[in-house]
Write a protein that binds this ligand. Structure first.
Ligand SMILES: Nc1ncnc2c1ncn2[C@@H]1O[C@H](COP(=O)(O)OP(=O)(O)O)[C@@H](O)[C@H]1O
Ligand SMILES: [Mg+2]
Length: 316
């Protein structure tokens, strides 16, 4: 079973409500699986991983599909000595869950954030023509990414095709984050990826993840510096032909007086996306609106124009 198939099992798990209902239904069901049965079901998933039950998963009901999905998705990182445990879920979202992992001591960091995407991410991105434009089937180097067999699988929308599509998005996102990190951008250091997961430096402390900027209140002096940092990063991204596309105080983490930009699946290539300028304007406008509340005066339209015109000049 691959993470995609594990996810199919997990799909009923949507939010706490579903979780509760599922549990209630299971409780009311005529046939209550005995613990031994549940363990047998679990070992059906993947024998080689049956031995690894991270502490967060151990606290879940053994019938809970999140447990299988987590183990299937993060097991390879455990086997490769990247992580040793998953301690808790930081956030559960529509398209992804973020978990806090204990890093293997060899990695040089204590904690790792694992973002696990649900297949729904693909649906959202694909339905959104703005992000889709100019992106399908081409890697960031402009080369076609897939061979004939893969194209057929995608066209037929087989499970293999869907898994492949997800893998492609994840790979793209990971290499984008890596390129930005290497260029000195304020993004968490990417650590690894596989079919549906991206691992990166965890920002914050165990049990105390960095809050998003929207939940923080920087001092006026600090707000100016943070604003300058974010705008420098928007420029740096554009230097690499990238526009975040969903930049706002929700996707910026604030920690120890500095900030980290996160959440890149919808990034667009400014060279090919016809909506690039529109997205840049929106990103800049949202950043300006947030910092405006903390005394930073900025003309978003002018800033976006001042970024865009030289950029267009440089690629013309
Ligand atoms: N590297 C990280 N370190 C600590 N927490 C993180 C990290 N990445 C994400 N998070 C947490 O997960 C939340 C959601 O992450 P995000 O990438 O924005 O996913 P979503 O697609 O759900 O918006 C963030 O607001 C933050 O609380
Ligand atoms: Mg987000």
């Amino acid at each position: 079973m691959n993470p995609y198939e594990a996810y199919e099992q997990y799909q009923e798990f949507d939010d706490y409500q579903t979780e509760k209902n599922a549990y209630r239904k299971a409780k009311q069901g005529k046939k209550k699986p005995k613990p031994a049965e549940a363990v047998a079901q679990l070992s059906d998933f993947d024998d080689s991983l049956a031995a690894w039950v991270p502490s967060y998963a151990a606290a879940l009901d053994p019938r809970h599909h999140e447990r299988h999905w987590l183990i299937e998705s993060l097991g390879p990182f455990y086997r490769n000595n990247v992580i040793t445990d998953v301690t808790h879920r930081v956030k559960s979202g529509k398209e992804a869950n973020v978990y806090c992992c204990t890093a293997h001591p060899a990695g040089g960091v204590e904690l790792i954030a694992a973002k696990l995407y649900r297949p729904r991410l693909l649906r959202t991105l694909k339905n959104d023509a703005i992000y889709k434009a100019g992106r399908q089937l081409r890697g960031e180097d402009g080369k076609l990414m897939k061979g004939r067999r893969e194209k057929v699988a995608l066209a037929q929308k087989t499970n293999f095709g869907k898994q492949l599509d997800m893998t492609w998005w994840i790979q793209n996102e990971f290499s984008t984050q890596q390129k930005l990190f290497e260029a000195g951008a304020a993004v968490p250091r990417p650590i690894g990826h596989n079919g549906n997961a991206i691992l990166m430096d965890y920002i914050g402390e165990e049990g105390l993840p960095a809050p998003a900027l929207i939940d923080s209140a920087p001092e006026p002096g600090e707000a100016h510096d943070l604003f300058a940092l974010i705008m420098d990063n928007v420029r740096l991204m554009l230097d690499h032909h990238l526009i975040h596309g969903d930049l706002s105080a929700y996707n910026i983490l604030y920690w120890e007086g500095t900030a980290f930009i996160i959440d890149f699946p919808q990034m667009v290539d400014a060279r090919v996306n016809p909506h690039a300028y529109e997205l840049l304007r929106r990103d800049v406008a949202r950043v300006c609106a947030y910092f405006g509340r903390f005394g930073v005066r900025a003309d978003a339209e002018r800033l976006a124009r001042e970024l865009w015109l030289p950029y267009m000049g440089s690629i013309a």
